[in-house]
Design a protein around this ligand. Structure first.
Ligand code: SAM
Ligand code: SF4
Ligand code: SF4
Length: 338
């Protein structure tokens, strides 16, 4: 039976769970894992520290019993973990889970899209920040070509997966790619979502001057064709949705910096080593792995999660300043999962 947990402070129900299943990545995106910091000698989590698939499934069952309906697998790069279809198959069997998605850089999708779909995955969000090879390589920190991502997108579509494309826009680095990306996605019938560059972690050198705002992105894309606003699909949806007039193709804006949405934030996050975070910009998490490995009952785990959710006060993006962005000891995006 489901017992929904609501955070009374801002009336935010616990609805979504993002699970990072791998802290490593085959890319080094400038805005997420800059290669100057995440070099070849960087130490990632040892395997025994990662939650096993059984632990992830057990945790997800408790979240579902507390009202979570949507699960997103992320990372690091989630498809670097072996046998992800096996995990998907277990998660799809959980009562109350209505939607399972995965965020990926798509490089492994040509091999994995079909088994993922067959295991029950319905959709993927693919990160792609540029079509131009040089700009793509600068953003992703690797010599991989954007064609590898485009092949991943095609493989996902052919396998039957729904595909949305995420583009992080960093002023002066890839903002000249906004229009080419929008045209490409419009032609392919793909939803493109622009994400404002955020100050997650402590390593990406963020400041306000590098953010291209939703307003500006909207103005630029409107040059292709006028846009009309759409109603949100559900409470807490992070992207504001639009459609090109006289077309079915949608476009979205995730305006985490210039139009914040903390008051409807329904997302909990579980890191690859089982720490629970109630905000992307948290400094510390609460250790669910130890509780599970020490033999807590399911009921005890649910009480523990509820207590944390009910007292959360997070609204970092509403309060963000240059000062907090620089000095707060926020955990890295690749660890907590996007
Ligand atoms: N590796 C996968 C990928 O790139 O899709 C999944 C993990 S990645 C951390 C999840 C999402 O976070 C991606 O869409 C990525 O673009 C986004 N992201 C990472 N760092 C970001 C930042 N500083 N600002 C905005 N979005 C960011
Ligand atoms: Fe890897 Fe995704 Fe971070 Fe890029 S955004 S470094 S692909 S985890
Ligand atoms: Fe949610 Fe924290 Fe982002 Fe606000 S800043 S929307 S509370 S994750």
């Amino acid at each position: 039976m489901t017992t929904p947990v609501v955070n009374d402070q801002l009336a935010r129900p616990l609805q979504d769970l993002r699970i990072s299943i791998m802290d490593r990545c085959n890319f080094r995106c400038t805005y997420c894992m800059p290669k100057e910091i995440f070099g070849d000698d960087h130490v990632f989590l040892p395997e025994e520290e990662l939650l096993s698939f059984e632990e992830i499934t057990r945790a997800a069952e408790q979240f579902a019993a507390l009202g979570v309906k949507k699960i997103r697998l992320t990372g690091g790069e989630p498809l670097l973990r072996k046998d992800v279809p096996t995990l998907i198959a277990s998660l799809t069997n959980i009562d109350g889970i209505e939607d399972i998605a995965l965020t990926t850089n798509a490089v492994m999708l040509p091999k994995q899209a079909k088994p993922l779909y067959e295991a029950g995955l319905e959709r993927v969000n693919v990160s792609l920040d540029a079509l131009d090879t040089e700009v793509f390589q600068e953003m992703s920190g690797r010599k991989t070509k954007p064609d590898a991502v485009l092949s991943g997108i095609d493989a996902a579509t052919e396998a039957g997966l729904g595909v949305k494309v995420n583009m992080v826009v960093r002023k002066g680095v890839n903002d000249q790619e906004v229009i080419p990306m929008a045209r490409y996605c419009k032609e392919k019938g793909l939803t493109l979502r622009f994400i404002e560059f955020m100050d997650v972690g402590q390593t990406n050198g963020w400041d306000f001057s590098q953010v291209v705002s939703k307003k500006e992105l909207h103005e630029r894309v409107s040059q292709i064709a006028p846009l009309e606003a759409l109603e949100p699909n559900y409470f807490g949806e992070v992207a504001s949705r639009y459609r090109y007039v006289n077309s079915d193709v949608e476009i979205g804006f995730i305006s985490s910096v210039t139009e914040t949405f903390c008051s409807s934030c329904t997302r909990a996050r579980l890191s690859a080593d089982g720490k629970l975070f109630t905000c992307l910009f948290s400094e510390t998490g609460s250790d669910l792995r130890t509780i599970m490995r020490n033999g807590a009952t399911d009921a005890r785990i649910r009480e523990w999660i509820s207590a944390i959710w009910e007292k959360r006060e997070d609204r970092y993006s509403e309060l963000r300043t240059e000062e907090s962005a620089r000095h707060r000891k926020k955990i890295e995006m690749s660890y907590i999962g996007g």
